[in-house]
Design a protein around this ligand. Sequence first.
Ligand code: DP6
Length: 346
Amino acid sequence: MRAEPLAHTQERRTRATAVAHPNIALIKYWGKRDENLVLPRVDSLSMTLDIFPTTTTVRLAPDTGHDIVTLNGRTAEGEPLRRIVAFLDLVRERAGSACPAVVDSENTVPTGAGLASSASGFAALAVAASAAYGLGLDATALSRLARRGSGSACRSLFGGFAVWHAGLDAATVAEADLASHAEPVLCGDLDPALVVAVVDAGPKTVSSRAAMRRTVDTSPLYEPWAVSSARDLTEMRAALLAGDIEAVGEIAERNALGMHATMLAARPAVRYLSPATLTVLDRVLRLRQDGIPAYATMDAGPNVKVLCRRPDADTVAEALRGAVADGSVVVAAPGPGARPVHEDGR
Ligand code: DP6
């Protein structure tokens, strides 16, 4: 299969396949100001990875009577199915279609690897579904659409580093909806790697959706973090432009620890970080003391992603392997944005 540029998707199709990669936020998205439109309270910035792609095919199926969704070979039901059908409803509404679809999605993240698959999942679904229903959207519109499936998915439309605008300056909700999408970020000479340390592959106890709602509603630390996160973003853009990996890492680490502090102060507290997480954080600190720039970030789970220079990635991975006895360590580099895929091998 071969990837093709987005412009080639414009013609009407009844079947389309797309591939998308996960992204990891260096400036976090945490908190919504509109749950239905998935409008965030803060801007965020991420790196799209070159590992664990999701490949999704959407086929219009007028005779099935309802949507049929298969995730990694198993028929989807419950909440995952509900979210995908709601997303397809959005696409159908825009296309003026009532036609059900058959969706087949393969995610290459090893089962329970603790890396969010909703970003790559909804980015691939946005590209495949909009092509199958003939919407002819550009990358910005696809990013906006992917956002409705899962906020972080809007960043996976773009490769490398991407910023997601919250649209906070918009005067109306409709304007904010238009303004809230991701776009690529200008970077200087940076050769980064992200070393993923999986310390616990089990399912999370609280979904990120529920956890961010509780944090916004009850944590006295949420507003101060949101204010400082806006400053972090400005500094992060400058650090990326300067190709300054130390500054990029320092800002990313403090932003992530601040986000987790907001959760710890929620009522009741949300705690994703485990003793194993702290062991890895200690190891990252020791790497820095040994002169290797390595900086940690954590999302809605105990696993740790460590930003470093690509030439240092093997040393960092080796050090983390020593810290996660039962876990696994994978090295990622910046990866491509979501795109349609030819199925005929051309
Ligand atoms: C901690 O994008 O999964 O990974 O919009 O509710 O689907 P929903 O949330 P989701 O949240 C990701 C939160 C995060 C930080 C980030 O990726 O920016």
